[in-house]
Design a protein around this ligand. Structure first.
Ligand code: C5P
Length: 312
C-alpha cells in the first residue's frame, strides 16, 4: 500500500490527503465579562468526542470547496467558510503559492455548539500542511489556528484540555478511561455571538471567574469516575441558550429521567449532551430522547479522542 509516509520518504508529494478532526463538548464553561475585542475570557474544559469532520484536500491551482453530509446545505461555501479561511491563512503563513480543492464531509452537527466549523479549519490546516509538504510543527499550526477562531486550536489538539483566554490557550488534562455521551440535536442552530450577547445582557457585570478549572471536575476525569463527572458538568451559557430556545428544557428533563449522570448544553447550544454510565446506557438515553420526540435526532459518541490527524 502506498502511504503518505512512504510518498514523502521517496520525495513524492501526495495528490490528495484525508484528515479527520473531532467535534467537542464543553464539560464546564465559565464565561467572564466581555472584553474590548468583543471576546469573553473563558475557563473551560473541552473534551473531543468521536463525531468527526472529514476533509479531503486535493492539489489544485485555485481554492475551491464542496460540502457533503448531514446539514451540508446550511454551510456557506463562499470565502466566509472557515476551512477556506484556514487554507488561505496557511498559504499566507508559509508563502506557498498553490491552491487546493477541499471536500468536507460533515459528521459533527452543524451550528450545534460542538465546533464542527472549527474542526473543518483544523483538519484543513493539517491536510494542507501534508499536501504542500510545509512540515509545520503542531505548535506553529496551533498559532495559525488561534487566529481563525477560539475553538480551532482544540480541534487540532483533541483529547481533553483546559482552555483559557478566549478558549484557545490549552493545557492538556489527565483523563482515565472513556466517557459515553448521547447528544440531542436540532437543526435550528443557535448563533454563538447571539448566545454570548444574551449572556452579557443578563449576567451580573462584575461576576467572578474562577482562576482555573473546577477541581472536582478534574478529579472526576483523573479517576475516570463518570458519576462524579456527571455531577460536575456546568455551563455558564446554558441559561442564555435556554432563554433563546426554551424547548431545550424538556429535552434536558427527558435525558435526566432516563438516568443520565449529568446533562448540559454543549457550548453555546443548542445540542444537549447527556452523560451515560456506559455505551449501552448512552444508547438507552438516546432511545428515550427519540421516543419522547424532544429533539430532531440523536447521536451517541465517546471521548476523549485525538485531534485532527491524517488518515489517508
Ligand atoms: O472565535 P469564534 O469565531 O469561534 O467565535 C465566534 C463568536 O463567539 C465570536 O465572534 C464572539 O461573539 C463569541 N465568542 C466570545 N468569546 C469567546 C469565544 C467566542 O464572545 N471566548
Amino acid at each position: 500500500m502506498t502511504t503518505l509516509k512512504h510518498l514523502s520518504s521517496v520525495g513524492v508529494s501526495p495528490r490528495s490527503v484525508l484528515v479527520r478532526a473531532p467535534g467537542k463538548v464543553n464539560l464546564s464553561l465559565h464565561v467572564g465579562p466581555v472584553g474590548e475585542d468583543g471576546y469573553h475570557p473563558l475557563v473551560t474544559v473541552f473534551q473531543a468526542v468521536s463525531l468527526y469532520e472529514e476533509v479531503v484536500a486535493t492539489v489544485s491551482d485555485t481554492f475551491t470547496l464542496e460540502v457533503l453530509g448531514p446539514g451540508a446545505e446550511l454551510v456557506p461555501t463562499d470565502d466566509t467558510n472557515l476551512a477556506l479561511r484556514a487554507a488561505r491563512a496557511l498559504a499566507e503563513h508559509t508563502g506557498v503559492r498553490q491552491g487546493a480543492h477541499l471536500e468536507i464531509i460533515k459528521g459533527v452537527p452543524v451550528a450545534g455548539g460542538m465546533a464542527g466549523g472549527s474542526a473543518d479549519a483544523a483538519a484543513t490546516l493539517v491536510a494542507l500542511d501534508a499536501l504542500w509538504g510545509t512540515g509545520l510543527g503542531r505548535e506553529e499550526l496551533s498559532s495559525v489556528a488561534a487566529r481563525l477562531g477560539a475553538d480551532v486550536p482544540f480541534a487540532l489538539a483533541g483529547h481533553t484540555a483546559v482552555g483559557t483566554g478566549r478558549g484557545d490557550t490549552l493545557t492538556p488534562a489527565m483523563v482515565h478511561g472513556q466517557f459515553h455521551w448521547a447528544f440531542a440535536l436540532r437543526s435550528a442552530g443557535l448563533s454563538t455571538p447571539a448566545v454570548f450577547q444574551h449572556f452579557d445582557s443578563v449576567a451580573d457585570p462584575g461576576h467572578d471567574m474562577p482562576d482555573g478549572a473546577d477541581t472536582e471536575l478534574m478529579a472526576a476525569l483523573r479517576a475516570g469516575d463518570a458519576e462524579r463527572l456527571g455531577r460536575a458538568l456546568s455551563n455558564d451559557l446554558e441559561g442564555s441558550a435556554l432563554d433563546l430556545a426554551p424547548d431545550l428544557a424538556e429535552t434536558m428533563a427527558v435525558a435526566r429521567s432516563a438516568g443520565a449522570l449529568g446533562v448540559v448544553v454543549s457550548g453555546s447550544g443548542p445540542t444537549v449532551a447527556a452523560l451515560g454510565r456506559s455505551r449501552q446506557h448512552a444508547l438507552a438515553i438516546a432511545a428515550a430522547l427519540t421516543i419522547a420526540g424532544v429533539c430532531e435526532s440523536v447521536v451517541c459518541a465517546s471521548g476523549p479522542v485525538p485531534g485532527a490527524r491524517v488518515v489517508g
